[in-house]
Design a protein around this ligand. Structure first.
Ligand code: HPA
Length: 270
């Protein structure tokens, strides 16, 4: 792992001297954020040694370096999902790279199904906590002590002060937000009605197939996390409807400009 990381970092640093402070993982719906970046360098994933390559329709694969509202950022345009067949180590490899590049904060977005009866399609939910239902941890295996401790604390994965700032920014923008717990599942199936009900009973407000591995690795490495879900479909008891990937992408894109504004507004608070 260390050798592969070193190789990737060396390549990236040969391409750009920019030292990012903030990392951003663009999930479905946040694609428009790319238009807000003063781009200094965009590196296709397939040119970076050891980097996985994204396989899902609607997801790009570039590591973008630049500035948003004056803040130096590194952005993953397209992420890796466990359901694509990558190992948890591969899914989280880019987070380790971002750590080595010097980020102190990671902003993550995703599309998610909503189980909370107060939610509607198109809502933006601030993630206050998560429940990992992935079959394994990205930290399974030998612990790399230079990254973090063997048994990392997970009592506050999602930074409370960034959540408070996001609420301020949203208020100023007249943007309404939801907040809640995100359950991370392996996918690729969407849930059965019984599974949505189960997820609601165990304390989740939304469910998706990403974010948790990245947030765990970031927290292990001492990086502050902030996450948002765009609610693209509902798994509310009695109201579960059929759902397709195309519908998820459509709903996520419709929320895109609000989400982009929120992220841009947040930059000066981080
Ligand atoms: N379940 C799991 N993942 C998802 C969903 C869902 O309903 N919507 C978007 N991603």
């Amino acid at each position: 792992m260390q050798d592969r990381l070193k190789e990737a970092i060396q390549y990236i640093q040969g391409e750009t001297a920019l030292k990012p402070e903030i990392g951003i993982i663009l999930g479905s719906g946040l694609g428009g954020l790319v238009n807000e970046i003063k781009i200094k360098k965009s590196i296709p994933y397939n040119l970076i040694p050891s980097f996985p390559i994204s396989t899902v329709e609607g997801h790009h694969g570039n590591l973008i370096f630049g500035f948003i509202a004056g803040k130096a950022v590194v952005i993953m345009q397209g992420r890796f999902h466990y359901y694509e067949g990558y190992s948890m180590q591969q899914v989280t490899f880019p987070v380790r790279i971002m750590k080595e590049l010097g980020i102190h904060t990671l902003l993550i977005s995703n599309a998610a199904g909503g189980m909370n009866p107060a939610f509607s399609v198109g809502d933006i939910m601030l993630i206050t906590d998560h429940i990992s239902l992935f079959p394994e941890s990205p930290l399974r295996g030998p612990n790399e002590a230079s990254f973090g401790t063997r048994f990392p604390d997970m009592s506050s994965v999602y930074c409370k002060s960034i959540i408070a700032s996001a609420k301020e920014v949203a208020l100023a923008m007249h943007l309404s937000l939801q907040e809640g717990v995100y359950a991370g599942v392996q996918g690729p199936c969407f849930e059965t009605p019984a599974e949505y009900r189960y997820l609601r009973i165990i304390g989740a407000d939304a469910v998706g197939m990403s974010t948790v591995p990245e947030a765990i690795v970031a927290t292990h490495a001492g990086i502050k996390c902030f996450g948002v879900s765009v609610i693209t479909d509902l798994g509310i008891e009695g109201q579960v409807q059929t759902i397709s990937h195309a519908e998820v992408i459509k709903a996520a894109n419709e929320a895109g400009s609000r989400l982009t504004q929120l992220f841009v507004g947040l930059m000066s608070h981080i």
